[in-house]
Design a protein around this ligand. Structure first.
Ligand SMILES: CC(C)(COP(=O)(O)OP(=O)(O)OC[C@H]1O[C@@H](n2cnc3c(N)ncnc32)[C@H](O)[C@@H]1OP(=O)(O)O)[C@@H](O)C(=O)NCCC(=O)NCCS
Length: 454
């Protein structure tokens, strides 16, 4: 997934360090205007702060700051609290600030939080970054829920977003711990995942990013690269038991606050992975799970500027004999016949609709970038072309395939027909090409089933 790199060995650690190529820098620069002056809230689990990669994460944050991206950081303390419990022989009533927090557990949480905060401060100092801690969070008690007293467990009562924004304007990185004070001076343990989500929502952060010890949301081994928030909510209600509890807390918080007008995206990344933040943000594929609620994915007519990207991608596919080889000049000339599937501003699939004359059309050049396959992108592009063809008054839609015949037959429900069914001129080209493709047909006449995109 992290195609940023070829690798070289780091002499100090013996670890493989991915190298950045000049072309990667170009790809990163594409995003610079998009993210400039935006705010990202980054929540780091305590376990990630303990891992070898923590210093690299701070380097990634330094890169974000150098690109004028505002960063707010929230740290967790779960791992450190567990360790302290073991070390002192204290039975913990709660690890993550979601259960009743008894006095002994609270005392440990308070101590380890101060230590973790110091580690974070030191790491920023080592990277010449200005961070700041504030009392902008006012907490209150969780209280008694269903007859259970949650004791020292707290929740946010009020957040002074104005002060936080002022600090961001000064180029500071506000750092928040999962310990906060109430109006009367009482201190509470709060949950860092929820705090990060609340900060993101209130600051209208463009991104809420969780760095944890898993590589994203996973149910039954399947890991979505990107999932719309409504699907996530369905998943949470139907598959709650199958979601890793570490991830559940994060996706649950994200699902609550994501809003297209405020915070449209949340990311869950494996913080142990080198350059995880930069890869997720600047690599077209990313490396974790993104939850979105904006117009993140869309099919649109291709523009002249898309021709080179389509050509580059087709080159790979034609080498694998999936697609007929097309020159850049051909694609530029016929760009108005192409439709592209865009994810976050990048083309990840495309298709073209060709006129064969006499009410016949051909669906051609269908391609989905390998990493995004099996996410229904291909079938959506096919549905879209069927709908377009039908709207344009075509009666029959052909498609030819050498390697993806079962996709057209079983997934898109085209009928396989003899090549002689093709219109005469197309048949001549078919014979000339000697590709011996299989020929499929979709009847678009009234009453026939033809795609379901409206
Ligand atoms: C064919 C292609 C466009 C499918 O895109 P996709 O986004 O992965 O497709 P979807 O996610 O909508 O559909 C996935 C389904 O199609 C099936 N499928 C995809 N490609 C297949 C193939 N070559 N043979 C058999 N089944 C295939 C998958 O197994 C999956 O089935 P399931 O839903 O029952 O699990 C993509 O694999 C591709 O770009 N291939 C290379 C180029 C190519 O062959 N183009 C077609 C010639 S014009």
């Amino acid at each position: 997934m992290n195609e940023i790199s070829t690798s070289s060995n780091s002499p100090e650690s013996g670890r493989k360090i991915p190298m950045l190529k000049a072309s990667d820098l170009r790809a990163i620069l594409e995003y610079v205007p998009l993210y400039r002056n935006q705010t990202f809230v980054i929540a780091i689990d305590g376990s990630v702060i303990e891992c070898d990669n923590f210093s690299d994460i701070i380097t990634d944050i330094a890169v974000l700051r150098s690109l004028n991206i505002n960063v707010v950081l929230v740290h967790g303390i779960g791992r450190q609290l567990k360790d302290a419990g073991l070390r002192t022989g204290t039975e913990l009533s709660d690890v993550y600030g979601t259960n009743p927090v008894d006095d002994k557990t609270f005392a440990l949480a308070h101590d380890v939080s101060a230590q973790v905060l110091q580690t974070v401060r030191d790491a920023f100092a080592a990277h010449d970054l200005n961070c700041v801690t504030t009392n902008a969070i006012r907490a209150t008690e969780v209280g008694i829920i269903s007859g259970v007293d949650f004791k020292n467990a707290g929740r946010t009562e009020k957040i002074d977003f104005h002060s936080i924004n002022e600090l961001l304007k000064l180029g500071m990185i506000p750092v928040f711990s999962p310990i906060a004070t109430g109006r009367d001076g009482r201190i509470f343990r709060i949950n860092s995942d929820l705090l990060a989500a609340e900060l993101a929502a209130g600051l209208h952060a463009t991104k809420l990013i969780y760095l944890t010890e898993t590589s994203g949301l996973s149910v039954d081994g399947g890991k979505p690269v990107a999932i719309p928030v409504d699907k996530l909510q369905e998943m949470i209600s139907s598959n709650r038991d199958k979601i890793d509890p570490r991830v559940f807390s994060k996706v649950n918080c994200a699902a609550k606050i994501l809003d297209p007008a405020k915070t449209p995206r949340a990311h869950i990344l494996d913080g142990r992975r080198f350059a995880c933040l930069l890869t997720e943000l600047f690599d077209k594929v990313g490396c974790g799970t993104m939850i979105y609620c904006d117009e993140y994915q869309k099919i649109r007519p291709a523009l002249p500027d898309d021709a080179r990207t389509i050509w580059n991608i087709s080159e790979v596919s034609s080498k694998e004999q999936n697609l007929v080889e097309r020159t850049l000049e051909y694609i530029e000339k016929t760009i108005d016949r192409y439709f592209v599937y865009e994810v976050d501003g990048s083309i990840i699939g495309f298709v073209s609709l060709l006129d064969l004359g006499g009410g016949d059309a051909e669906l051609a050049s269908l391609h989905v970038q390998e990493f995004y396959r099996n996410n229904k992108v291909g079938s959506k592009l096919v549905d879209f072309v069927i709908m377009k063809a039908k709207k344009s008054g075509y009666k029959r839609l052909f498609t030819l395939s050498t390697k993806s015949a079962p996709f057209f037959k079983n997934v898109c429900h085209f009928d396989e027909v003899p090549s002689s069914t093709l219109p005469q001129k197309r048949l001549e080209k078919y014979v000339q090409s000697k590709r011996n493709s299989r020929v499929f047909l979709k009847n678009l006449q009234e009453g026939s089933e033809a795609g379901n995109i409206q």
